[in-house]
Design a protein around this ligand. Sequence first.
Ligand SMILES: [Zn+2]
Ligand SMILES: [Zn+2]
Length: 410
Amino acid sequence: MSSRDFVYEKFREFYSSSSFKIPAPVGFSQREFAFLLFKERIMARHKGFASPPLLGSFIRQHVPSDVYYSCAYYETPEAEMDKKGWVGADLVFDIDADHIPTRCNKIHDSWVCSNKSCGFGGKGITPEACPICGGVKFDVKSWPCDVCIDTTRAEVRKLVDMLENDFGFAASEIHTFFSGHRGFHVQIENESIRDLDAMGRREIIDYVSGTGLAVFQKKTRQPKQKTGVKIFKLSDYGWHRRLKNGIRRFLLNATKDDLKEIGVKSRIDVILQNRERILQRCLEENRWDAVKGVGFETWIKIAEHIREVEAAKIDTVVTSDIHRLIRAENTLHGKTGLLKIKFPVSQLDEFDPFSEAVAFKEGTAKVLVSDAPEFRLAGQTFGPFQNKSVELPTAAAILLICKGRAEVVT
Ligand SMILES: [Zn+2]
Ligand SMILES: [Zn+2]
């Protein structure tokens, strides 16, 4: 039995079991569904279903490696793209370790240019274009680890804070999911955002990433003003609150190197020796030029750094796309065999995908692992492996096979 047949068989068993159920998204019959088919290796798109049981039987019959639905609502979801009749879309955010520099991606991620005459490769995040030949296709090897999850979790935390406190969504309107690979989806189905066009969604992206913040524009001093306002006047809400708290946290903990790293060149010792006094004068009394030699340039560098730290690193392409296909809840991810699952936003800190999203809980399989880092799944730790034959629990074997790091041994 080939490795692909093995995974197909396990996916088939999973979808045939009586416990399998896809929670229907709002406006179910208005959604386009799409499936990546194992055998044909093609994407079957433009499917519509009148009811969840019909979708369920399609999945059981075809056993796709991945199941998606449109964040959009259409009059005729089965029609061709320009004839579907777009009536609205959910607001979706994708936060994925593929796009965020983590301290682990240099360890477990690598890429090789697919251009046969080139073959150049490297470690870490895959570049947009090959630095040698300019090609844009790569064979990528990645891995989902705890550092990836905690890094993306921190971005979700910032995003949720903005959605709740700045945009005013209730926690019950913010749906948080583990993506099934190495990140999270945040989805809002609320009617108030449904008819936002791509431009409106880009405004939200700009807000979330802190792009175009007005505080960074240098103001000229008005004749009667004595101090301060010419740099920033920070209020207690939105990005101002974020900048204020961020500047305070940063300055109270900064070392000489931290300040140098963000480009502060002069008066570093003065800043470090007078942290509390500076914070009091600047943040509390708005007297930003009260410290001699610490002026506009310095504050802008510090604030730019805080903006970078506080921005939520979302995949901007996903949020602005009003036709986006998104993985369906409770379905398997073809690259891991893990489930996309929902968890309450209040559980964000504790949620553990490597136990909660495990789908295959029974049996074992013998695999030959080419290479894999040490990893944790369903309460057990495995590896590291290098050209090794091992018998592993089904979920671990499937993860390794789906990630291209192992083959079944028969
Ligand atoms: Zn190349
Ligand atoms: Zn990682």
